[in-house]
Write a protein that binds this ligand. Structure first.
Ligand code: NAD
Length: 250
């Protein structure tokens, strides 16, 4: 029996760690050839190609996309997952920080998509999935800048979905809740009592635990596969029910 992504070629940005690594592995299990783009490509494991790409650097993005097409002969799937966090209320961050986080989390998606879409247009099974966050709509405290970037990711996803659907490119997003990745590990290890902080964080989730990276990867694998051929412009929540049940962060 053939795998759902057999013969397809995918790029996953931020694919050297956390959610991006889990997504890359899952797409490969489903049959795709997978290239990851990351500022830290040496950390990548279990992929077909790891390219040093900074999503804020247009030249490296264009060169990365061209390298993938040169090596694999096509491009079918783009997962725009690279992102960084920012803490604090709206008074906490400087202009430079606002520009920097938007440049990675939002403009980075536009940059990689701009380079990839000419190739995706020639694919018979093209899809893009952008990583947003529960922060886009949950009103999380002390995450003003980060939340604004992830809200922009949702708007951008819908605009891209409308513009490119008739070209055969489906665009969707995934909306993870707090997931067990190195990023969250770094935040927890900065706390005075990391184990207690982790337990408290788990207790605040509707289903009493952190989201597993593999659960986000499963959602992305579905959205970019031909099985989701009639789905465009949605943000699939993978958050233990917080968005679907209209819960507030405890
Ligand atoms: P992570 O820090 O474990 O991994 C992020 C990866 O992105 C790293 O490999 C990093 O090197 C790469 N990266 C950072 N800046 C880059 C750049 N300029 N160009 C290319 N690569 C770059 O983080 P994660 O938890 O896996 O988060 C991945 C995505 O998921 C982010 O967009 C984040 O906002 C989103 N997200 C995470 C969570 C969570 O709880 N972990 C929840 C919701 C959404």
């Amino acid at each position: 029996m053939s795998a759902p992504l057999d013969g397809l070629v995918a790029i996953v940005t931020g694919g050297a760690s956390g959610l991006g690594a889990a997504i890359a592995h899952r797409l490969r299990e489903d049959g795709a050839a997978v290239a990851i783009f990351d500022v830290n490509p040496d950390a990548a494991t279990g992929v077909d190609l790891a390219v040093a790409v900074d999503v804020t650097d247009d030249a490296s993005v264009v060169a990365g996309v061209e390298r993938v097409v040169e090596q694999f002969g096509r491009l079918d799937i783009l997962v725009n997952n690279a992102g960084i966090g920012a803490q604090g209320d709206v008074t906490a961050n400087s202009d430079d920080e606002w520009h920097r986080v938007f440049d990675i989390n939002v403009v980075g998606i536009a940059r990689v998509s701009r380079a990839a879409i000419p190739y995706l247009r020639t694919s018979p099974s093209a899809a893009i999935c952008n990583t947003s966050s529960i922060a886009a709509t949950a009103g999380l405290p002390q995450r003003a800048l980060y939340s604004a970037t992830k809200g922009a990711v949702l708007s951008l996803t819908q605009a891209m979905a409308a513009d490119h659907l008739r070209e055969g490119i489906r665009v969707n997003a995934v909306n993870p809740g707090t997931a067990d990745t190195p990023w969250v590990g770094r935040l927890l290890s900065a706390a005075p009592d990391p184990a207690a902080e982790r337990a408290a964080l788990e207790a605040r989730q509707p289903h009493g635990r952190l989201v597993r990276a593999e659960e986000v990867a499963d959602a992305v694998a579905y959205l970019v596969s031909p099985r989701a051929g009639s789905t465009a412009g949605v943000a699939l929540a993978v958050d233990g029910g917080m968005q679907g049940l209209r819960l507030r962060p405890a």
